[in-house]
Design a protein around this ligand. Structure first.
Ligand code: SF4
Length: 52
């Protein structure tokens, strides 16, 4: 569990109740590519995977 990560994406297979992430690492990228975001909404977790 990534104790410092709070996530509300409950449809992710790594998500656990209490808004915890159970992945060992996460990858966060800028929407649309590149390396510069100017607002939080322009970033996303790309470790997300749907529950099967
Ligand atoms: S992998 Fe990303 S989307 Fe999934 S629970 Fe962890 S932080 Fe949230």
């Amino acid at each position: 569990m990534l104790s410092g990560v709070k996530c509300t994406v409950s449809s992710c297979k790594f998500w656990q109740s209490g808004n915890h992430c159970d992945a060992s690492t996460i990858q966060v990228n800028v929407d649309g590519g590149g390396r510069e975001a100017s607002q939080s909404r322009e970033t996303n977790c790309h470790t997300f995977a749907p529950k099967s």
